[in-house]
Ligand binder design. Structure first.
Ligand SMILES: [Zn+2]
Length: 301
């Protein structure tokens, strides 16, 4: 029992809070698709691969969020010659994770409560900055597909009939826990749901949630779309009265019955809501006016 589940002789994953992918790229050698939040998560994946007779020789990071890249440093320190691949526009955040809490702080130096492992991974080196297209590592060719929206330049990884979908969609339980799926760009995220559906595969592995088959993917993507629609409606509702951004966030939290238990959690939630405000402004649904008390948002009449 390795903990790894294999779809075929070369593509598998380690189920968990973060599903981590494994692709055999040569006899006894494997690529890790994402690395978990910290060195403990990375160690668990490495042990599972050891038991399966696989040495991890490369990591492929789908996007820069700490729960996907936090274990990369462990692999780089403990496996000589390990090579890391990540999307070009995600790489700066992986190499300098201080950027993440900084952008959650209006670009300023972040306060200490925002500099924790949930928003600031241990830094690691990206050896190859990749673009969407074909990527060959040792003896395996992967299809790297752009699915931006959740993050700036997130990618999905396709190999054989399997898609590692990163946070291109979320499982049902994750959706109910967080209310609205986190987004950097809501309109791009919704467009990426369709891209994810268009992949010619039989299994989709989200970063968080159950593996989806051709029989279940449509319903799960619909739930993701509905969650986005709910977020859009709540932000619209908030702006029926002129509202500051913080009032919008408070309105959405209250209507969803969500409470942030820590400043970092609040900052990430608020960042996601900011993406909804941007989407509605882009669509001319919201307008913004600069007042003596700061920007005030309202529905466009
Ligand atoms: Zn993410």
């Amino acid at each position: 029992m390795t903990g790894l589940y294999f779809f075929n002789e070369r593509v598998g994953y380690l189920p968990g809070t973060n599903n981590l992918g494994v692709v055999v790229c040569a006899p006894g050698r494997a690529i890790a698709v994402d690395t978990g939040i910290d060195k403990e998560a990375a160690r668990v994946l490495r042990r599972a691969c050891d038991v399966a007779g696989l040495q991890i020789v490369a990591t492929l990071l789908t996007h820069h969020h700490a729960d996907h890249v936090g274990g990369n440093d462990y692999f780089e320190r403990n496996i000589p010659g390990l090579v890391c691949y990540a999307p070009r526009r995600e790489a700066p955040f992986i190499e300098d994770p201080y950027l993440e809490p900084s952008y959650l702080s209006y670009g300023a130096a972040p306060i200490a409560p925002l500099r924790n492992r949930f928003v600031m991974a241990t830094p690691s080196v990206v050896h190859h900055r990749i673009e969407p297209g074909l990527l060959t590592i040792e003896q395996v060719t992967l299809q790297i597909m752009a699915i931006p929206g959740h993050s700036l330049a997130q990618v999905a990884v396709l190999v054989d009939d399997v898609c590692f979908a990163a946070d291109g969609f979320f499982g049902t339980a994750v959706l109910s826990k967080y209310g609205v799926p986190y987004a950097h760009d809501v309109l791009a995220q919704v467009a990426s749901f369709d891209v994810v559906r268009s992949f010619d595969v039989t299994h989709w592995i989200p970063g968080h949630g159950d593996v989806q088959s051709s029989a279940t993917i449509d319903a799960t993507l619909d739930q993701n779309r509905q969650a986005v629609t709910r977020g859009i409606m709540l932000v619209r509702d908030a702006c029926t009265m002129p509202s500051s951004f913080q009032q919008i966030v408070a309105h959405v939290q209250q209507r969803m019955g969500l409470q942030s238990s820590a400043l970092a959690q609040y900052a990430v939630f608020a960042s996601g809501i900011s993406a909804y405000v941007t989407a509605l402004h882009t669509q001319d649904v919201l307008t913004v006016e600069l007042t003596n008390e700061g920007p005030v948002w309202r529905l466009n009449q």
